[in-house]
Design a protein around this ligand. Structure first.
Ligand SMILES: Nc1ncnc2c1ncn2[C@@H]1O[C@H](COP(=O)(O)OP(=O)(O)OP(=O)(O)O)[C@@H](O)[C@H]1O
Length: 276
């Protein structure tokens, strides 16, 4: 079944009418490749991500999705190829500098203070983004604008009622909402989510999906999502790209990509269109 997947030099299947030229490109990988010993985990992946679009990256286990994410966010360095962001080559930039440049990745944040309250965590993140430092002569509480910004974020992630709870004692779902809140406080241009609902109880999932859906309302943002669950992909994605054996094998609108034989075979491992 895997023979039908074209190699990287042969190009991938492209569905839909958009082309690389119809909008200013903000984030792009060019021939992005990483090798672990003899294994090519991401193989010449060239792809542009557009503002106002949530792109889901799907593919079977071991396809290279997380590795591709790690390359974009800077956790891994490419063996070859390049990453362009906001007109700048960021291929050799460290992960913290990429974060500062506007690439935000949820659920891998190191700026969560486990023993502080939800509100304190969000306020500190807002403060860090604003560049305001603690000043004994000018208490932070005087910065009404920052407090209002932190309150607005808490409301957006539906954590307003849990603002006084210590971060470590939150439920798994609420901790993830807090991590999204901290990412929002940094005001990134790119939001990256790696399996945002993994490990969540069934009642926590809709809140997080709703939260990601709301992020889409700001059309200046690029949102990337790695996700196994096709119902999550269907509900959120404007576009799907498919990785298989480290290669980009399909790219287009969700209905077209999911229905395509190449995805049915390469991703779902079946040749029927009914399975998901
Ligand atoms: N640090 C590493 N060293 C060696 N091999 C690695 C490393 N990281 C990933 N790989 C390999 O690269 C391939 C792609 O892995 P990756 O985790 O990116 O796949 P994935 O599509 O995210 O899979 P899953 O859906 O199971 O999370 C796999 O074969 C994996 O074993």
């Amino acid at each position: 079944m895997l023979n039908s997947v074209p190699g990287p030099r042969a190009g991938h299947v492209h569905f839909g009418s958009h082309t690389a030229g119809d909008m200013a490109l903000t984030l792009e990988t060019r021939d992005l490749t990483i090798r672990f010993g003899g294994h090519v985990a991401v193989n010449c992946v060239s792809c542009s991500f557009r503002p106002g679009e949530l792109t889901a990256i799907v593919g079977p286990n071991g396809a290279g999705k997380t590795t591709y994410f790690n390359l974009i966010s800077g956790q891994l360095r490419a063996s070859s190829g390049s990453i362009l962001f906001d007109g700048r080559d960021i291929t050799s930039l460290s992960a913290p500098l990429r974060t500062r440049a506007g690439l935000g990745r949820a659920f891998q944040l190191t700026n969560l203070f486990p023993n502080l309250s939800v509100e304190e965590n969000v306020r500190l993140a807002v403060q860090a983004q604003s560049g305001v430092h603690y000043d004994l002569l000018r208490p932070w509480m005087a910065r009404r604008d920052l407090i209002a910004r932190a309150d607005a974020i808490l409301d957006q992630v539906a954590l307003g009622s849990r603002r006084n709870i210590t971060a470590t004692t939150l439920s798994h779902g609420d901790q993830r909402k807090l991590e999204v809140a901290l990412m929002m406080a940094l005001e990134p241009k790119v939001f990256m989510f790696d399996e945002p609902t993994a490990g969540m109880s069934i009642d926590e999932v809709p809140v997080v999906l709703d939260l990601i859906g709301k992020l889409k309302q700001d059309k200046s943002r690029i949102i990337l999502l790695v996700e196994h669950k096709m119902d999550v992909v269907r509900s959120l994605a404007d576009r799907i790209i498919v990785l298989h054996n480290g290669q980009l094998v399909a790219d287009g609108k969700p209905a077209e990509v999911i229905a395509s034989p190449i995805v049915q075979e390469a991703y779902l491992g079946v040749s029927t269109r009914s399975a998901a």
